[in-house]
Design a protein around this ligand. Structure first.
Ligand SMILES: [Zn+2]
Length: 326
């Protein structure tokens, strides 16, 4: 048994994980006052789950941050105060068992691959931003240091709007297919057309949220439908790019905005089909993610289970090599 820990911007979720099943789940609001306070909060939830489920062999942790995978150090973290924190070492010291740390979108992709039983999967997480994860041959693809698979920062339009992420580029997928992008376009439109239905949805912060755009589109507002059409078209271009590069068996769409998939998914698939290489396109299935709310915890647990298995294989290989020399 391993533990999965999903550190989100608002809550820390922990569960005992075996295979793709999570039990003894517990959660706690994310404390963002300081790194130490946040880690104390994580430790508190982990200890409560250990008390109920028993001592784990290892702990996997997913965080909404860029991670140097080998050291488990947080490179950058926008919403939680962990930048520069050697998370793997710090949590390993607190718990006395092996700890592995990865980006939360990588964990979500790993969970999805195991839940649907596909070894080659690309997952896009559409929310406030756009996260992504790639599972290749059953293993998470991370690049040389663990910072790769930033699928939201693939350029879709070189002259597009500034990327809303922590990113110097313009026209990234995240600049089109995120809650922040919908909010930007809807707010601009509402300001230009003060009598429009979208203008009536301006919030007290002077913005039309992505959620309001979805609600307006559901009511048939032509402006909101046009925004969703653009969202869908750009998503389709992104999907075609990922299919051409990775040739996954399955491309999964998850995240909060996937609940509005009736407003964009069919259109995105038509766009992708018109652009992807046909031999690759006919072999891929584009689907909504099947993992539920606990996919982040399950993915973190799967990460820990795969890493201790790999460490064991490495040890076994070393033992065999030594014997061979003797
Ligand atoms: Zn970007």
């Amino acid at each position: 048994m391993v533990l999965g820990v999903d550190v989100g911007g608002t809550k820390v979720a922990v569960a005992a994980v075996e295979g793709v099943t999570a039990t003894h789940a517990a959660e706690h609001p994310t404390v963002t006052a300081s790194a130490d306070a946040l880690l104390d909060g994580v430790e508190h939830v982990v200890r409560s789950v250990v008390a109920a489920a028993g001592e784990p062999q290892a702990i996997g942790v997913g965080v909404p941050s860029q991670i140097d995978f080998a050291t488990g150090t947080v490179e950058t973290s926008v919403n939680i105060p962990l930048t520069g924190v050697p998370l793997r070492e710090e949590l390993g010291r607190r718990f006395g068992v092996p700890v592995f740390v990865d980006n939360d979108a990588n964990c979500a992709a790993l969970a999805e691959a195991h839940i649907v039983g596909e070894d080659d999967l690309v997952m896009l997480t559409l929310g406030t931003g756009v996260g992504g994860g790639i599972v290749n041959g059953g293993l998470t693809f991370r690049g040389a240091h663990g910072l790769g698979a930033e699928l939201g920062h693939m350029t879709i339009n070189p002259d597009g709007p500034p990327c809303p992420g922590n990113c110097p580029n313009r026209g990234c997928l995240e600049a089109y297919c995120s809650g922040q992008a919908l909010e930007r376009d809807a707010t601009e439109l509402a300001t230009d057309k003060p009598d429009s239905p979208l203008a009536s949805r301006l919030g007290p912060d002077g913005k039309v949220s992505g959620r309001e755009v979805v609600a307006a589109a559901d009511e048939g507002d032509p402006d909101a439908l046009l925004l969703m059409e653009n969202f869908a078209r750009m998503l389709g271009i992104g999907i075609a790019n990922y299919v051409n590069v990775f040739e996954p068996a399955r491309l999964a769409i998850g995240g909060g905005l996937s609940r509005a998939s009736h407003l964009f998914l069919d259109r995105a698939i038509r766009e992708a089909e018109a652009r992807a290489l046909p031999a690759l396109w006919k072999r891929v299935s584009v689907q909504l993610a099947e993992g539920g709310a606990d996919a982040g915890v399950i993915g973190a647990g799967l990460l820990a289970a795969l890493e201790i298995e790999r460490d064991r294989d490495t040890e076994a290989a070393k033992a065999t090599t030594t014997k061979g020399i003797e």
